[in-house]
Write a protein of this length. Structure first.
Length: 765
């Protein structure tokens, strides 16, 4: 009887100690409410006011997103309104608005660590200040950590080195100072390391070169100094951004997979290594404003994918060979303000609109009006030769002295052996330091834009998603057997459904019908190619399901493509006057256009083979909760190409006319046009263009046709830049249209002009 009593007592106590689901949910809500209080009630978290339900059911907004698995918060993203103002000229952070003096970052992080299942933490522009506590390591499940645009200071805490699951670390535009730590190789899964716009000093840490999974290194606008190590071991690296530091070595050996190299405004010296001419996938190289000398390698300009080459303001000398050939994708070259002599090679002396070439400030005979006298550059070359001769003499003197010492030493030893009974030589050997943490090789399919690292990489988590095969039963369950309530619409290529997977992730499912003659093996090869197209401004393809049907060759297969779900609607809807949400200002539209241009430029030049005919429409541009643009429907021409060939064979010559490729630049021109004037009535775009584009040339004409929201939120200079590139994109003659490199360049310039004007206006007010 006594044993039964104790058993019942222990059982009842155990039951009482088990937390209920409601208690778990209440606990999570309390943590979120405490975080809101710590952050001094930002508008991003107004939705939590008087909220007592399950945080997992909170509706995401443009500035706040919570994702759960089970009853635990796994993703927390908050975008505030307290950005750090950054100078457009030197990129250094300037304090703008922080949380009050009563804010305690230690208490804030302590509260955060109660969300023990967090995998993604993004706290951007919230005014958080103070040194980041070492206890951040308690969030041991973190895969993405983003503290960009805050006011954190002090050293980067050692606790981050213990987050061994971390894949993305972004702490741009803060006030971290001191030396960059050298424990990075403990983060063996890291793919993106971004520490731009801080005050970090000291050498570039060699431990970074042991993280073979890295795809992006961005540490520009700091105060790093000294030598760059050999980086050839970083075989997955695509972007290296170390602009505006104090690095003063020669250029290092770099991995052959680099797409973007940004090393401008340092103190690099010596010649550009010939190895740079072997970087076959390189698209964007900026070595301007350094102390580089010698003649640049000829192979550099003929790289197959190079589109942007900036070598200005160095001490490059000699003459470029007459037979120099330029790569077909080369759109911008700047070799101005160097010591080059001779004649500009024919491929650079072109007046074509397809290539911008800047070469003033040299001693070239091509353009005497903007060139120095040849003696100016000859003196530099002669001075260099003189220095070489002096070094040769010095080496000869030192060599003679060494030879004398060696001979004298030999004679001394002979005499010692003859006259000394014993010579005892002690040798001291230093103990070897053994490193027992070899790097772990982690493969990465992440590809980045060839121009700049997008901010979306800090906000999103799609780089960690793995492409996989889905069963039909799984997708039926996700869509309630493809119920009409999950139907999202029907495009030119099949129906679209919204689904929710078993783990709570929302997805978009596109249903395609392909002829049975379409080789399944061929289809899988094409889908495998699409699955590797990872870019912050592309809707990620997560997987597929192939449902075979029928027995004869005339029947069809149903293909289901599973994409990430982008929640905030399409761009066309946001341009409509009837859209109930916040109106898109001109700066917002420019940000969206730049994102799409980056994505298309990546599709054209960032992968081999390039993906063209990407069905560019405003309704194929989706916006996420942060109003970041993501292009959908891209690459469908790759999937449908064989199907269309089969249809063409069955229908005869007439069907060949239907397979005419559309021009992405031309279609993007209409996206620009709709951004200027609002949605164009379907089917009347070209007619509108022919009749109304001339009106852009006058102020009265612009007031008549440009969207009033644009007119009231733009500067005339920014607007004129976009009007000009719109005209070029929609030119009837394809050969006269610009490349996407040019389009992107102009849009970024228009955005910079607008940002400067907006900043000046705020200062005046």
């Amino acid at each position: 009887m006594g044993c039964l009593y104790w058993f019942l007592l222990v059982f009842v106590s155990w039951v009482l100690l088990i937390p209920s689901t409601h208690e778990l949910q209440t606990s999570q809500v309390q943590v979120l409410l405490q975080l809101r209080k710590h952050l001094e009630y930002p508008s991003s978290l107004e939705i939590l006011e008087n909220y007592e339900g399950d945080p997992c059911n909170l509706t995401s907004t443009a500035h706040m997103s919570i994702t759960c698995q089970g009853n635990s918060v796994t993703e927390l993203k908050i975008l505030g309104d307290k950005p750090v103002k950054v100078s457009d000229f030197n990129g250094h952070a300037i304090p703008n608005q922080t949380l009050s003096e009563s804010f305690s970052i230690d208490s804030f992080v302590t509260t955060l660590t109660r969300l023990t299942s967090l995998r993604v933490l993004s706290l951007v522009s919230l005014g958080i200040w103070g040194p980041l506590p070492d206890k951040i390591h308690r969030l041991s499940s973190l895969e993405v950590l983003d503290f960009c645009s805050n006011f954190m200071s002090g050293s980067i805490p050692f606790g981050i080195s213990r987050l061994d699951k971390l894949q993305i670390l972004a702490m741009d535009t803060n006030f971290f100072n001191g030396s960059v730590p050298d424990w990075w190789d403990s983060l063996s899964n890291l793919t993106i390391l971004s520490l731009k716009g801080n005050q970090l000093k000291g050498p570039f840490p060699t431990s970074i070169c042991r993280i073979t999974s890295l795809t992006d290194i961005a540490m520009s606008h700091n105060e790093l100094s000294g030598k760059l190590p050999d980086m050839s071991t970083l075989t997955s690296l695509h972007v290296l951004d170390l602009r505006e530091n104090k690095l003063d070595s020669g250029l290092p050996v770099l991995p052959k997979g680099l797409i973007t190299i940004l090393l401008s405004k340092n103190s690099f010296s010596g010649e550009i290594p010939d190895q740079f001419g072997e970087l076959d996938v390189l698209q964007h190289l900026d070595l301007s404003f350094n102390h580089l000398s010698g003649t640049p390698p000829s192979a550099l300009l003929s790289l197959p994918n190079i589109s942007y080459l900036h070598l200005a303001s160095n001490m490059l000398s000699g003459s470029l060979p007459d037979h120099l050939s330029c790569g077909s994708k080369l759109g911008f070259v700047d070799v101005s303000d160097n010591k080059l002599i001779g004649v500009l090679p024919p491929c650079l002396d072109s007046t074509s609109d397809k290539r911008v070439v800047k070469f003033g400030g040299n001693c070239l005979s091509t353009d005497s009006q903007h060139q120095h006298q040849e003696s100016y550059c000859r003196e530099a070359s002669t001075s260099k030769q003189s220095r070489v001769r002096d070094i040769g003499v010095l080496v000869a003197i030192i060599g003679g002295a060494v030879l004398f010492i060696v001979l004298f030493g030999s004679v001394f030893l002979i005499l010692c052996r003859r006259y000394c009974s014993r010579v005892k030589i002690e040798r001291h050997t230093r103990p070897k330091v053994v490193h027992d943490n070899p790097p772990t090789v982690v493969s990465s399919e992440a590809l980045t834009n060839a121009r700049l690292i997008s901010q979306v990489a800090k906000l999103g988590t799609q780089s960690s998603l793995v492409y996989r095969w889905f069963s039909l039963e799984e997708l039926k369950e996700a869509t309630n057997n493809f119920d009409s309530s999950s139907f999202m619409g029907e495009g030119s290529k099949g129906k679209l459904y919204k689904g929710r997977l078993e783990n709570g992730t929302y997805v978009a499912i596109r249903s395609l019908t392909l002829l049975k003659k379409y080789s399944i093996q061929n289809l899988k090869v094409r889908l495998d190619f699409l699955s590797k197209l990872h870019h912050p401004h592309l809707v990620t393809l997560l997987g597929h399901c192939i449902e075979a049907s029928g027995q004869d060759d005339s029947s069809a297969n149903k293909i289901l493509l599973v994409y990430e779900y982008v929640s905030y609607g399409n761009y066309r809807t946001h341009l409509s006057e009837n859209f109930p949400g916040k109106v898109l200002k001109w700066s917002d539209r420019l940000a969206i256009l730049i994102g799409v241009a980056k994505a298309v430029h990546f599709l054209h030049t960032g992968v081999i083979p390039g993906a063209f005919n990407n069905r560019l429409r405003t309704n194929n541009i989706l916006l996420d909760e942060h109003r970041i643009a993501k292009l959908s429907d891209y690459g469908m021409s790759i999937v449908m190409q064989e199907n269309e060939k089969i249809e063409a064979k069955g229908e005869g010559p007439k069907s060949c006319q239907k397979t005419k490729q559309e021009d992405d630049v031309y279609n993007f021109g209409f996206i620009l046009l709709e951004s200027l004037v609002g949605p164009i009535v379907t089917g009347k775009g070209e007619a509108f263009l022919l009749n109304e584009m001339a009106s852009f040339g006058s102020q009265d004409g612009r007031r008549r046709i440009v969207d009033p929201v644009v007119l009231t939120t733009c500067t005339q200079e920014s607007l004129s830049i976009v009007v000009s590139i719109t005209n070029k994109c929609t030119c009837p003659e394809p050969s006269s249209r610009p490349s996407f490199e040019d389009v992107l360049w102009n849009l970024q310039y228009a955005s910079q002009v607008q940002a400067t004007a907006d900043s000046d206006q705020k200062s005046d007010s």
